[in-house]
Design a protein around this ligand. Structure first.
Ligand code: CP
Ligand code: NVA
Length: 316
């Protein structure tokens, strides 16, 4: 049984499909889940800014009868006033779970090591598993399946690309990551994804060749400069400009949906024409953050409520 969700790799293929099916059930029938997390208190702590994550956890918990307590640590971060270990031990005295957005993945590992309650990664330097779960929920809704789809990510080989690639490999979606040379995803994680993909019979490809967009079902992009890196976007514009998702690239790819985790930098990694166009699923992804996270918290905090009637177990 999964205790924490730090990288997303804690979720097997079966767990991920169960979570997505539960998210769909909770989205379709919220009235059946109003008390699923009754009396549960979840601390949501942030060392970095957020709109979607903060709000979707807070409002999502209210929908399940629980509540979120926001802890703003965007000043000096945790581990300065007291150790991360003591921080985890104290939060565990009052909270039923800790959701943490941190600068370094090591902080999450340390929190999990010393907390007696589940720890959930809501973005770190290496992963963004809650985002990937919402994205695969969006793809499941759009295509009715995940196996055999081709998802193409363009841009920086960052935390979001890592979580997409790993989740794709887990559930059997073909995933191509197209990045400029020097901005590739972490090689060890690519190899881990390729090993998972052998089992799920998917393919994981990393290339700098834009022509690899051909045959995509879904295109995905994210900022060219992530939080924690204070480089101005204009400094990398020349390196990334040909990786922009614009109308011409979408048409050339043949894709039928376009995703972006947001915040978007319109005119940089994506044009407004595409983001506001008919193929955009960007706001559906934002909406699905709430449902994917609610399903994850249900699995962690009230697993018996996560079991669906057989007739509803349908995520592919
Ligand atoms: N996609 C995402 O995590 O958005 P926020 O940074 O606004 O939480
Ligand atoms: N890669 C981005 C994702 C923001 C949701 C970042 O880490 O800033």
């Amino acid at each position: 049984m999964m205790k924490h969700c730090l990288s997303g790799l804690e979720l097997s293929s079966a767990d991920t499909l169960q979570l997505l099916a539960l998210a769909q059930a909770q989205k379709a029938h919220p009235e059946n889940y109003q008390h699923t997390l009754a009396c549960k208190s979840v601390v949501t702590l942030f060392e970095k800014p957020s709109l979607r994550t903060r709000l979707s956890f807070d409002i999502g918990l209210q929908k399940l009868g629980g509540h979120a307590v926001y802890l703003n640590e965007q000043g000096q971060g945790i581990g300065v006033r007291e150790s991360v270990a003591d921080y985890a031990r104290n939060l565990s005295c009052w909270a039923d779970a800790i959701v943490a957005r941190v600068m370094s993945h090591n902080t999450l590992e340390e929190l999990a090591q010393h907390a007696s309650v589940p720890v959930v990664n809501s973005l770190c330097d290496r992963f963004h598993p809650c985002q990937a779960l919402a994205d695969f929920l969006t793809l499941q809704e759009q295509y009715g399946k995940l196996k055999g789809l081709k998802l193409v990510y363009l841009g920086d080989g960052n935390n979001v690309s890592h979580s997409l690639m790993l989740t794709a490999a887990t559930v059997g979606t073909d995933c191509t990551i197209i990045c400029p040379e020097g901005y590739e995803p972490d090689l060890a994680l690519v190899e881990q994804a390729q090993a998972l993909a052998k089992v799920s019979e998917a393919t994981i490809v990393v290339t700098d060749d834009i022509a690899a967009v051909a045959g995509a079902d879904a295109l995905y992009t994210d900022t060219w400069v992530s939080m924690g890196d204070d480089k101005p976007l204009n400094e990398v514009r020349d390196i990334f400009h040909s990786y922009q998702i614009n109308a011409q690239l979408v048409e050339h790819s043949g894709a039928t949906s376009v995703l972006h985790c947001q915040p978007a930098h319109r005119g940089y990694e994506i044009t407004s024409e595409v983001m506001d166009g008919p193929l955009s699923r960007c706001f559906q992804q934002a909406e699905n953050r709430l449902y994917a996270q609610n399903a994850l918290l249900t699995l962690l905090l009230n697993p018996t409520a996560a079991v669906l009637p057989e007739s509803m177990e349908k995520a592919s």
